[in-house]
Design a binder for this molecule. Structure first.
Ligand SMILES: Nc1ncnc2c1ncn2[C@@H]1O[C@H](COP(=O)(O)OP(=O)(O)OP(=O)(O)O)[C@@H](O)[C@H]1O
Ligand SMILES: [Mg+2]
Length: 236
């Protein structure tokens, strides 16, 4: 990071589609706020901002109706500039003044979703490029920890269908491509192992654990990270 020594904390909640990221990010932010800590919750893509225009075009299929129609590096750039805009205009100052930022998705989502477009032997090279690009060159902060919500893919598909009230046409081009989702799952597992993400098993015997049960584990992990001294190196 090149923007001064003072910084806050960045905790990322990541996981595949429909794994409960928004739910757990909100719960964690509410719990930490209730304890009097300075907390901001953010989420990506930042659909409320014009900066997500290219992401929206991509997810709506305007560059091709399959995720693979946009290569990993191009798609990653769309998501990365959206993050850059949000950091510059929204939460960067709060973070640098020592605030705790809870992110629903981050650079790490590019890792899982875009690796899946490449052969496994190209994953390490892609991930090196991605983290150099977003953290070193764009100057975005690297997370203090990534909490990975791991869900049986059949269970998360059911959750997503439920959210769209059974209307499959509301799913975006990534969400409706099951083969792509399966490749993304393998890539996410690889990233979690390689990058030391803190894994929370969210499903059990084909069903989700309760929001509160998962939330307790997420809070426990977050508290351990927040207790560590600030000088610790960030992770990827
Ligand atoms: N533990 C849980 N048990 C049952 N339902 C859940 C649980 N966690 C989340 N849900 C529900 O599952 C759906 C997906 O959750 P949520 O939006 O938090 O996931 P997400 O990971 O942010 O999804 P996306 O990747 O699509 O943004 C929502 O309808 C949510 O209310
Ligand atoms: Mg979400």
């Amino acid at each position: 990071m090149c923007e001064g020594a003072k910084r806050g904390r960045l905790l990322v909640i990541d996981g595949l589609d429909g794994s409960g990221k928004a739910t757990q990010a909100r719960l964690l932010a509410e719990t930490l706020t209730a304890r009097g800590l300075p907390v901001r919750q953010i989420s990506f893509p930042n659909y409320a901002s014009d900066s997500s225009a290219l992401v929206k075009m991509y997810l709506a299929g305007q560059f091709g109706d399959k995720p693979d129609d946009v290569n990993a590096y191009a798609a990653s750039s769309f998501f990365a500039v959206d993050r850059y805009a949000s950091y510059k205009t929204d939460w960067g100052a709060f973070y640098r003044s020592g605030g705790i930022v809870i992110a629903d998705r981050y650079t790490t989502s590019n890792g899982a979703h875009q690796c899946s477009k490449l052969p496994p032997e190209a994953w390490d090279g892609y991930l090196d490029w991605l983290f150099t690009y977003e953290y070193d060159l764009l100057g975005l902060p690297a997370p203090d920890a990534v909490i990975y919500l791991r869900v049986d893919p059949a269970v998360s598909q059911r959750l997503m269908t439920g959210r769209y009230h059974g209307d499959e046409s509301k799913k975006d081009i990534q969400e409706r491509d099951l083969e792509y989702l399966e490749r993304s799952r393998r890539a996410a597992e690889y990233c979690a192992r390689k990058l030391g993400w803190l894994t929370v098993e969210c499903s059990e015997d084909g069903a989700m654990r309760t929001v509160e049960d998962i939330g307790r584990q997420v809070l426990d992990l977050a508290q351990k990270v927040l207790q560590k001294p600030e000088t610790q190196e960030n992770m990827q």
